[in-house]
Design a binder for this molecule. Structure first.
Ligand code: KG4
Ligand code: ZN
Length: 347
């Protein structure tokens, strides 16, 4: 089998998604989002998201197959996100995928959604160089990974000790009155602001803490500093310069991520940095990583926006990697794991 064809299914949070990948070629990519149903609650409501997955599952998969001009018999394997994510949401996608695999007698892989976020870059940039470094920035995760072999061996080099970057943005966005998810609103306002208007700390970069945690992140201090600053302004009856707050926050977060990622590349001798996760859609981070990459001689591979946020293509792509590497499919009774560790690639 030279070019495996894999159907990828994703249902970890508020996106129901299905896609078909053949080799490194994306044949279809269908995403249905329940985000609008959560916006008025200020965050994803698991029960609502699970129901939405149950409704969208069959239409999404059918559409992905139709757009690829295939039916289930034409795929070599099915891959489905089995964690990390919301348990009820994962259960819908995994149950649906298992039913399809059983009915069509296809192998199934329960895969790690986070590793999918880095695997997806192959659709744009081709296979990974050996021993590469990856920066994962999603709503729930901020981590540096050492990718020896994306199908078999990934190590955690550093991770956030508290909030993820996406979480930190979403929390500040709430204070500024933006609807959920606030990340994209901060991004937009930051484009018109002064990144040096407010002093925002850069967590775990200075002194002993910085030396002890060269590759770890901390964003809760950043969030608190910005929150205090906003409160002080409001208490004094002054207007909050929203664009400047957003620009200063975005600059601090992007700078820490880019600096630590480049230091990691140097340490591991990696000339390539893979970037993935919903937060990699952030324009300040994209610009900063490309700037630092250029300066440090590191090729930065950031996927196009549509492949940054949750999608089925990333699941299918990792599925192709597993098939190509000859990794055994998951057992039919594999479990979902809402806290799936990052060094576990498949079940
Ligand atoms: O990976 P993802 O789609 O979901 C998880 O698996 O967590 O990431 C969602 C996160 C949210 O925190 C959202 O605010 C953030 O990504 N995000 C952004 C942007 N687009 C999405 N944050 C900043 N700027 C953006 N343009
Ligand atoms: Zn994600």
């Amino acid at each position: 089998m030279s070019e495996p064809v894999v159907l990828g299914i994703e249902s970890t949070c508020d996106e129901t998604a299905a896609a078909i990948v053949r080799g490194r070629e994306l044949l279809s990519n269908v995403v249905a989002s329940s985000m609008e149903e959560h916006a008025r609650y200020g965050g994803v409501i698991p029960e609502i998201a699970s129901r939405a997955h149950a409704e969208a599952f069959v239409p999404c998969v059918s559409k992905a197959l139709a757009e690829a001009n295939m039916d289930l018999a034409d795929v070599d394997a099915i891959a489905v996100s089995t964690g990390p994510g919301l348990a009820g949401c994962l259960a819908v996608g995994v149950s649906g995928a298992k039913a399809l695999a059983w009915a069509a007698n296809k192998p199934i892989y329960g895969i790690n959604h986070v590793i999918g976020h880095i695997a997806v870059t192959q659709l744009q940039f081709g296979p990974f160089p050996p021993d590469t470094l990856a920066l994962i920035v999603s709503g729930g995760h901020t981590s540096l990974l050492h990718v020896q072999d994306v199908a078999r061996h990934v190590d955690v080099v550093g991770t956030t000790l508290d909030d993820a970057a996406g979480e930190c943005f979403d929390k500040v966005a709430r204070l500024l009155g933006f609807p959920y998810p606030g990340g994209p609103h901060i991004d937009r306002h930051a484009q018109n602001g002064d990144p040096h208007a407010i002093r925002v700390p850069q967590g775990l970069t200075q002194g002993q803490a910085g030396a002890r945690h060269p590759y770890d992140f901390s964003f809760s201090g950043v969030k608190t500093a910005v929150a205090r600053w906003i409160e002080t302004q409001q208490a004094a009856g002054r207007d909050v310069p929203v664009d400047d707050v957003c620009a200063s926050l975005a600059d601090s977060v992007a700078t820490v991520l880019a600096r630590k990622a480049m230091r990691g590349c140097e340490q591991y001798g990696s000339k390539t940095l893979i970037v993935g996760g919903g937060f990699s859609a952030n324009s300040q981070l994209r610009a900063k990583l490309l700037e630092y990459g250029e300066r440090c001689g590191v090729e930065v591979r950031i996927p196009r926006i549509k492949l940054c946020t949750d999608n089925g293509a990333m699941v299918a792509m990792l599925g192709v990697n597993l098939v190509e590497a000859g990794v055994a499919p998951s057992a039919p009774d594999f479990a979902i794991d809402s806290a799936m560790p990052m060094d576990k690639i498949s079940m």
